[in-house]
Design a protein around this ligand. Structure first.
Ligand code: F6P
Length: 318
């Protein structure tokens, strides 16, 4: 089978190990691997090339994706999808493995319905906001990057007796913020999924400050849009000198952790095996150490929910 791999949407660490394993596994099972460079934009522009072992040598430790990625507006115009189809036909590509989020899966599903090009999705996003999978590719590295940043911020926060409000990525999902707050010992965590009771937090923290607390770490998920408000609260209500750190795109980069390398391998192997089993319009998921697939409709129509066992550890904020 001629199978192409592509990235789509925000990149995440672990894509390169997945791409490397994709090429190797295709050769192992007698498939022909192809790269689509530059995501959907590249597919429209015909940036498709046969992949070789040489292409994936020395990439396992690199963040980002050697094949690139993009968010495409042109994709939503039929004439560009027709052009993309012609490009695939020219190369004889029979199926696509897409590393992306649910927006990317939806984008390829339009294509499948229109031109019958099969695809398998691999949940790739630091946001961990995809239904049906416990851990998306890239999340573990992002969590470790955030941990490293918060540990460093704690050094200066404690030395200077300041409050730090640290904003994490995640779009509408508070997973990164919640897990980081728990594992980095933050005093405050504000995420879209849980109501933040500011009055209770004020009472608790005022008492702690009276008893000698000298600094404070507050993690705020970008999806709440409350970073400035929480900083003002620290400064004015709690009376602490406050600084804001928006972690931004450093969360998307960096060399993938061991967990993300193994996940990349596992996700890709399951995707290729699913294609061999004749599966169509499915997304690979990872739960309890096992890879399997779910129909695309389940994945894109249902919302991811942060597990209760994680949310319950956040009860220090309410
Ligand atoms: O979906 C991944 C993500 O990094 C989000 O956490 C963030 O809101 C968004 O992408 C940023 O997008 P861009 O890279 O286009 O600024």
């Amino acid at each position: 089978m001629k199978i192409a791999i592509m990235g789509s949407g925000g990149d995440a660490p672990g894509m390169n190990p997945a791409i490397k394993r994709f090429v190797e596994f295709c050769f192992e099972v007698g498939d022909e691997p192809y790269f689509i460079y530059g995501g959907l934009e590249g597919l429209i522009d015909g940036k498709i090339q046969k992949a070789s072992y040489e292409d994936v040598a020395g990439i396992i430790h690199r963040g980002g994706a050697i094949i690139g990625s993009s968010r495409s507006k042109r994709w939503y115009e039929k004439r560009y999808r027709d052009q993309a189809y012609e490009n695939l036909q020219k190369n004889g590509i029979e199926a696509i493995v897409v590393l992306g989020g649910d927006g990317s899966f939806r984008a390829l599903d339009i294509f499948k319905k229109e031109h019958d090009v099969n695809f398998i999705g691999i949940p790739t996003t630091i946001d961990n906001d995809i239904y049906g999978t416990s851990l998306c590719l890239g999340v573990d590295t992002a969590l470790n990057t955030i941990r490293d940043a918060i540990d460093r911020i704690r050094d200066t926060a404690s030395t200077f007796s300041r409050a730090f409000v640290i904003e994490t990525m995640g779009r509408e999902c508070g997973y990164l913020a919640a897990v980081s707050a728990i594992t980095c010992g933050a005093e405050v965590c504000v995420i879209p999924e849980v109501e933040f009771n500011i009055d209770v937090a004020t009472q608790i923290l005022r008492k702690e400050l009276e008893r000698g607390r000298t600094y404070l770490i507050a993690i705020v998920a970008e999806g709440t849009k409350r970073t400035a408000e929480i900083a003002k609260w620290c400064e004015e209500t709690l009376g602490m000198e406050t600084r804001v750190t928006v972690l931004g795109h450093i969360q998307r980069g960096g060399n993938p952790t061991v967990q993300d390398r193994l996940l990349g391998f596992g996700y890709v192997v399951e995707a290729i095996e699913a294609l061999h089993r004749g599966e169509e319009r499915r997304v690979v998921v990872y739960n309890d150490g096992v890879f399997s697939t779910l129909p695309i409709d389940d994945v894109v129509q249902k919302n991811y929910r942060i597990p209760e066992e994680i949310l319950s550890l956040l009860n220090f904020i309410d």
